[in-house]
Write a protein that binds this ligand. Structure first.
Ligand code: ADP
Ligand code: MG
Length: 257
Protein backbone atom coordinates (compact mmCIF):
# COMPACT_ATOMS: atom_id res chain seq x y z
CA UNK A 1 0.00 0.00 0.00
CA UNK A 2 1.30 3.48 -0.79
CA UNK A 3 0.70 5.89 2.03
CA UNK A 4 -1.47 8.88 1.18
CA UNK A 5 0.19 12.28 1.11
CA UNK A 6 -2.49 14.09 3.10
CA UNK A 7 -1.91 14.71 6.80
CA UNK A 8 -2.51 11.73 9.02
CA UNK A 9 -3.18 11.94 12.72
CA UNK A 10 -1.65 8.57 13.36
CA UNK A 11 0.44 6.50 11.02
CA UNK A 12 2.17 3.17 11.23
CA UNK A 13 4.89 2.41 8.71
CA UNK A 14 6.27 -1.08 8.22
CA UNK A 15 5.21 -2.12 11.71
CA UNK A 16 6.49 -5.50 12.77
CA UNK A 17 6.22 -7.22 16.14
CA UNK A 18 7.22 -10.76 16.98
CA UNK A 19 6.72 -12.35 20.37
CA UNK A 20 9.10 -14.98 21.66
CA UNK A 21 7.13 -17.72 23.34
CA UNK A 22 8.07 -21.09 24.77
CA UNK A 23 6.74 -22.80 21.67
CA UNK A 24 8.66 -20.49 19.35
CA UNK A 25 8.37 -17.07 17.77
CA UNK A 26 4.91 -15.68 17.02
CA UNK A 27 4.88 -13.05 14.29
CA UNK A 28 1.87 -11.04 15.55
CA UNK A 29 2.24 -8.07 13.19
CA UNK A 30 4.18 -8.43 9.96
CA UNK A 31 4.94 -5.22 8.12
CA UNK A 32 1.74 -3.22 8.42
CA UNK A 33 1.28 0.26 6.94
CA UNK A 34 -1.73 2.25 7.96
CA UNK A 35 -2.82 5.85 8.34
CA UNK A 36 -5.73 7.25 10.27
CA UNK A 37 -6.41 10.60 8.67
CA UNK A 38 -7.72 13.63 10.49
CA UNK A 39 -11.34 13.07 11.54
CA UNK A 40 -11.58 9.71 9.77
CA UNK A 41 -13.26 6.57 11.08
CA UNK A 42 -11.07 3.62 10.12
CA UNK A 43 -12.13 0.06 10.82
CA UNK A 44 -9.76 -2.77 11.58
CA UNK A 45 -11.27 -6.21 11.18
CA UNK A 46 -9.83 -9.67 11.34
CA UNK A 47 -10.29 -13.03 13.00
CA UNK A 48 -9.09 -13.71 16.51
CA UNK A 49 -5.30 -13.80 16.68
CA UNK A 50 -4.82 -11.80 13.48
CA UNK A 51 -2.82 -9.10 15.27
CA UNK A 52 -5.42 -6.37 15.86
CA UNK A 53 -4.68 -5.75 19.53
CA UNK A 54 -0.94 -5.95 19.01
CA UNK A 55 -1.19 -3.34 16.27
CA UNK A 56 -3.15 -1.10 18.62
CA UNK A 57 -0.52 -1.44 21.36
CA UNK A 58 2.14 -0.43 18.85
CA UNK A 59 0.11 2.61 17.78
CA UNK A 60 -0.44 3.64 21.39
CA UNK A 61 3.23 3.31 22.21
CA UNK A 62 2.48 0.64 24.81
CA UNK A 63 4.58 -1.83 22.82
CA UNK A 64 7.63 -1.06 20.75
CA UNK A 65 7.83 -2.44 17.21
CA UNK A 66 10.76 -4.66 16.24
CA UNK A 67 10.80 -2.82 12.93
CA UNK A 68 8.92 0.15 11.56
CA UNK A 69 7.72 3.37 13.11
CA UNK A 70 4.66 5.11 14.48
CA UNK A 71 4.15 8.73 13.52
CA UNK A 72 1.84 11.14 15.26
CA UNK A 73 1.14 14.32 13.27
CA UNK A 74 4.11 13.37 11.13
CA UNK A 75 6.61 13.02 14.00
CA UNK A 76 7.97 9.67 15.09
CA UNK A 77 6.74 8.30 18.37
CA UNK A 78 9.97 8.05 20.29
CA UNK A 79 10.78 9.19 23.76
CA UNK A 80 8.56 9.66 26.73
CA UNK A 81 7.34 13.14 25.95
CA UNK A 82 5.93 12.24 22.58
CA UNK A 83 4.29 9.14 23.94
CA UNK A 84 2.67 11.27 26.63
CA UNK A 85 1.43 13.73 24.02
CA UNK A 86 -0.11 10.89 22.06
CA UNK A 87 -1.73 9.36 25.13
CA UNK A 88 -3.57 12.61 25.68
CA UNK A 89 -4.69 13.23 22.11
CA UNK A 90 -5.35 9.58 21.39
CA UNK A 91 -7.58 7.86 23.89
CA UNK A 92 -8.32 4.20 24.17
CA UNK A 93 -11.44 2.28 25.08
CA UNK A 94 -11.12 -1.40 25.87
CA UNK A 95 -13.50 -4.28 25.38
CA UNK A 96 -16.53 -3.85 27.66
CA UNK A 97 -15.48 -0.33 28.68
CA UNK A 98 -17.62 -0.28 31.83
CA UNK A 99 -15.58 -3.06 33.40
CA UNK A 100 -12.58 -0.70 33.41
CA UNK A 101 -14.35 1.64 35.87
CA UNK A 102 -13.65 1.47 39.58
CA UNK A 103 -17.03 0.44 41.00
CA UNK A 104 -16.53 2.26 44.32
CA UNK A 105 -15.44 5.61 42.96
CA UNK A 106 -17.77 8.41 42.05
CA UNK A 107 -18.34 9.27 38.42
CA UNK A 108 -16.87 12.71 39.00
CA UNK A 109 -13.66 11.34 40.46
CA UNK A 110 -13.17 8.92 37.58
CA UNK A 111 -13.73 11.61 35.00
CA UNK A 112 -11.37 14.05 36.68
CA UNK A 113 -8.58 11.50 36.85
CA UNK A 114 -7.36 11.73 33.20
CA UNK A 115 -7.54 15.53 33.37
CA UNK A 116 -5.18 15.49 36.32
CA UNK A 117 -2.92 12.82 34.92
CA UNK A 118 -2.39 14.66 31.65
CA UNK A 119 -2.37 18.06 33.37
CA UNK A 120 -5.07 19.35 31.07
CA UNK A 121 -5.48 23.10 31.49
CA UNK A 122 -8.86 24.72 32.00
CA UNK A 123 -11.81 24.25 34.29
CA UNK A 124 -11.98 20.55 35.06
CA UNK A 125 -15.51 20.74 36.45
CA UNK A 126 -16.86 22.05 33.17
CA UNK A 127 -14.78 19.60 31.08
CA UNK A 128 -16.28 16.77 33.13
CA UNK A 129 -19.79 18.05 32.51
CA UNK A 130 -19.07 18.53 28.82
CA UNK A 131 -17.94 14.89 28.54
CA UNK A 132 -21.00 13.66 30.42
CA UNK A 133 -23.27 15.62 28.13
CA UNK A 134 -21.61 14.07 25.09
CA UNK A 135 -22.77 10.68 26.29
CA UNK A 136 -26.25 11.82 27.26
CA UNK A 137 -25.69 12.06 31.03
CA UNK A 138 -25.70 15.07 33.31
CA UNK A 139 -24.71 16.68 36.59
CA UNK A 140 -27.05 14.43 38.55
CA UNK A 141 -24.75 11.49 37.75
CA UNK A 142 -21.59 13.09 39.17
CA UNK A 143 -21.98 11.81 42.70
CA UNK A 144 -22.93 8.27 41.80
CA UNK A 145 -20.56 5.40 42.18
CA UNK A 146 -20.05 3.17 39.16
CA UNK A 147 -21.74 0.22 40.86
CA UNK A 148 -24.88 2.34 41.30
CA UNK A 149 -25.21 2.86 37.56
CA UNK A 150 -27.15 0.74 35.09
CA UNK A 151 -25.10 -1.22 32.58
CA UNK A 152 -25.85 1.33 29.87
CA UNK A 153 -24.96 4.28 32.07
CA UNK A 154 -21.70 2.65 33.09
CA UNK A 155 -20.72 2.16 29.43
CA UNK A 156 -21.50 5.82 28.83
CA UNK A 157 -19.40 6.95 31.77
CA UNK A 158 -16.49 4.85 30.56
CA UNK A 159 -16.73 6.48 27.14
CA UNK A 160 -17.07 9.92 28.74
CA UNK A 161 -13.82 9.20 30.55
CA UNK A 162 -12.13 8.58 27.20
CA UNK A 163 -13.62 11.80 25.80
CA UNK A 164 -12.91 14.09 28.74
CA UNK A 165 -9.43 15.12 27.56
CA UNK A 166 -11.01 16.12 24.22
CA UNK A 167 -8.97 13.59 22.24
CA UNK A 168 -8.67 13.87 18.47
CA UNK A 169 -8.65 10.15 18.00
CA UNK A 170 -10.30 7.31 19.84
CA UNK A 171 -8.97 3.77 19.53
CA UNK A 172 -11.58 1.20 20.42
CA UNK A 173 -10.60 -2.48 20.74
CA UNK A 174 -13.67 -4.71 20.46
CA UNK A 175 -15.43 -2.06 22.51
CA UNK A 176 -18.93 -3.35 21.78
CA UNK A 177 -18.25 -7.06 21.33
CA UNK A 178 -19.09 -8.02 24.90
CA UNK A 179 -22.31 -6.01 25.03
CA UNK A 180 -25.83 -7.24 24.52
CA UNK A 181 -27.61 -6.02 21.43
CA UNK A 182 -29.44 -2.92 22.75
CA UNK A 183 -26.34 -1.74 24.58
CA UNK A 184 -24.15 -2.38 21.56
CA UNK A 185 -26.48 -0.25 19.52
CA UNK A 186 -26.39 2.60 22.03
CA UNK A 187 -22.61 2.65 22.17
CA UNK A 188 -22.27 2.52 18.37
CA UNK A 189 -24.73 5.41 18.02
CA UNK A 190 -22.82 7.37 20.57
CA UNK A 191 -19.47 6.86 18.87
CA UNK A 192 -21.00 7.69 15.52
CA UNK A 193 -22.37 10.95 16.83
CA UNK A 194 -18.99 11.96 18.21
CA UNK A 195 -17.42 11.13 14.86
CA UNK A 196 -20.00 12.79 12.62
CA UNK A 197 -20.86 15.81 14.75
CA UNK A 198 -17.73 16.25 16.82
CA UNK A 199 -15.17 15.37 14.15
CA UNK A 200 -13.62 12.74 16.40
CA UNK A 201 -11.28 10.36 14.58
CA UNK A 202 -11.84 6.68 15.23
CA UNK A 203 -9.84 3.52 14.87
CA UNK A 204 -12.46 0.91 15.52
CA UNK A 205 -11.36 -2.66 15.95
CA UNK A 206 -13.89 -5.42 15.67
CA UNK A 207 -14.45 -8.83 14.22
CA UNK A 208 -18.00 -7.69 13.43
CA UNK A 209 -18.00 -6.28 9.93
CA UNK A 210 -21.57 -4.98 10.30
CA UNK A 211 -20.59 -2.80 13.26
CA UNK A 212 -17.60 -1.60 11.26
CA UNK A 213 -19.78 -0.68 8.32
CA UNK A 214 -22.13 1.25 10.58
CA UNK A 215 -19.31 3.36 11.96
CA UNK A 216 -16.44 3.44 9.51
CA UNK A 217 -15.71 4.99 6.16
CA UNK A 218 -12.88 2.63 5.33
CA UNK A 219 -11.57 -0.59 6.75
CA UNK A 220 -8.53 -2.83 6.70
CA UNK A 221 -8.81 -6.59 6.94
CA UNK A 222 -6.04 -8.28 8.91
CA UNK A 223 -5.03 -11.90 8.86
CA UNK A 224 -1.88 -13.49 10.30
CA UNK A 225 -0.39 -10.08 11.02
CA UNK A 226 -0.83 -8.66 7.53
CA UNK A 227 -3.35 -6.46 5.75
CA UNK A 228 -5.04 -8.78 3.27
CA UNK A 229 -7.68 -6.40 1.93
CA UNK A 230 -8.77 -2.82 2.34
CA UNK A 231 -11.47 -0.55 1.03
CA UNK A 232 -14.71 1.21 1.86
CA UNK A 233 -16.40 -0.74 4.68
CA UNK A 234 -19.54 -1.11 2.61
CA UNK A 235 -17.69 -2.57 -0.37
CA UNK A 236 -15.88 -5.10 1.84
CA UNK A 237 -19.21 -6.29 3.20
CA UNK A 238 -20.96 -6.43 -0.15
CA UNK A 239 -18.23 -7.75 -2.40
CA UNK A 240 -15.45 -9.29 -0.34
CA UNK A 241 -12.45 -10.32 -2.42
CA UNK A 242 -10.15 -12.07 0.03
CA UNK A 243 -11.25 -15.38 1.62
CA UNK A 244 -10.66 -13.94 5.10
CA UNK A 245 -13.01 -11.06 4.36
CA UNK A 246 -15.55 -13.53 2.97
CA UNK A 247 -15.38 -15.50 6.23
CA UNK A 248 -15.96 -12.36 8.25
CA UNK A 249 -18.94 -11.50 6.06
CA UNK A 250 -20.38 -14.98 6.54
CA UNK A 251 -20.00 -14.55 10.30
CA UNK A 252 -21.88 -11.26 10.49
CA UNK A 253 -24.79 -11.74 12.86
CA UNK A 254 -27.82 -10.83 10.81
CA UNK A 255 -29.32 -8.61 13.47
CA UNK A 256 -26.09 -7.29 14.88
CA UNK A 257 -26.68 -3.65 14.06
P1 ADP B 1 -6.20 -10.17 17.90
O1 ADP B 1 -6.35 -8.94 18.75
O2 ADP B 1 -6.46 -9.95 16.45
O3 ADP B 1 -7.03 -11.31 18.42
P2 ADP B 1 -3.50 -10.30 18.99
O4 ADP B 1 -2.81 -9.07 18.53
O5 ADP B 1 -4.01 -10.30 20.38
O6 ADP B 1 -4.67 -10.65 17.96
O7 ADP B 1 -2.54 -11.54 18.83
C1 ADP B 1 -1.84 -11.81 17.62
C2 ADP B 1 -0.93 -13.02 17.84
O8 ADP B 1 0.10 -12.68 18.75
C3 ADP B 1 -1.65 -14.22 18.45
O9 ADP B 1 -1.08 -15.38 17.91
C4 ADP B 1 -1.33 -14.10 19.92
O10 ADP B 1 -1.36 -15.36 20.55
C5 ADP B 1 0.06 -13.51 19.90
N1 ADP B 1 0.35 -12.66 21.07
C6 ADP B 1 -0.29 -11.50 21.37
N2 ADP B 1 0.24 -10.95 22.49
C7 ADP B 1 1.23 -11.79 22.90
C8 ADP B 1 2.16 -11.78 23.99
N3 ADP B 1 2.19 -10.80 24.87
N4 ADP B 1 3.02 -12.82 24.08
C9 ADP B 1 3.03 -13.80 23.16
N5 ADP B 1 2.19 -13.87 22.12
C10 ADP B 1 1.30 -12.89 21.98
MG1 MG C 1 -7.65 -8.52 20.36
Amino acid sequence: MTLPAEPATLRGAGLTRTYGTRSGAVAAVRGIDLAVREGEALGLVGPSGSGKSTLLSLLLGVERPDRGAVLFDGSPLTGRQQIRRVRQAVQYIPQDPASSLDPRRSVERQLREPLRRFRIPGDHASLVLEALEKVGLGADHLGRRAHELSGGQAQRVAIARALVTRPRLLLADEAVSGLDLPLRHQVLELLKEQHVRGGLGLLFISHDLAAVRFLCDRALVLDHGRVVEEGPAERLLETPRHPTTQELVDAVPRLSV
